[in-house]
Design a protein around this ligand. Structure first.
Ligand code: SF4
Ligand code: SF4
Length: 180
């Protein structure tokens, strides 16, 4: 079992101290954040309050990301609460938050070489676009750990992780429905 530090601490506190998971350390960062740092927060705290503790929302903020730069997701509403899986808040300015236009796949296989799970991200993205869920299952989409390495390495700026996540969610639902 490979765990991150936060999970290891939560397991320690639950087993040895009988303390449920009611708080966690959340990192708030970004180039324009006045007081970036790690904050011990209760689960359920509004994200806006955590940002306030780090010096407030910088004026140039264009995107708020929940999680890190690779696996994180854009947060639509900063009044939403911290969840047990919230590990970080990243504030991006306009330039950093901008998506580069998606270009055609040049079959360089960089995404394949970098995938830690041995998947073929370029193929999974295509299958997701065509909603070919059974093929996605065969190609082991459920093994994807959503690390984002494929998207980061792609020289054609293809949004591989976005499509793979979507396809994985749909494939997972198909598998669960089959078991009913
Ligand atoms: S996000 Fe999924 S498909 Fe892409 S590199 Fe990571 S594990 Fe592989
Ligand atoms: S890294 Fe991008 S361009 Fe290269 S094979 Fe994968 S999807 Fe295609």
């Amino acid at each position: 079992v490979v765990q991150n530090v936060g999970t290891a601490l939560a397991v320690y506190e639950a087993v040895l101290k009988r303390k449920p998971l009611v708080e966690r350390v959340v990192t708030v960062t970004g180039k324009s954040v006045k007081n970036p740092g790690n904050f011990l927060c209760r689960i359920g705290t509004p994200i806006a309050e955590v940002i306030k503790a780090a010096g407030g929302l910088p004026e140039d903020t264009a995107k708020v990301i929940g999680g890190g730069p690779m696996m994180g997701r854009a947060i639509f509403n900063i009044d939403s609460p911290l969840m047990k899986g919230s590990s970080g808040i990243l504030l991006l300015n306009e330039k950093e938050g901008e998506r580069k236009p998606c270009k055609n796949c040049i079959r360089c296989t960089k995404c394949v070489s970098i995938c830690p799970m041995g998947l073929e991200p370029y193929l999974l993205m295509k299958l997701s676009q065509y909603n070919l869920l059974e093929r996605m299952e065969e190609e082991k989409v459920m093994d994807c750990i959503e690390c984002g390495s494929c998207s980061f390495t792609c020289p054609a700026d293809r949004p591989l992780l976005d499509y793979i996540r979507l396809g994985k969610a749909r494939t997972g639902m198909m598998i669960r429905n089959r078991k009913k």
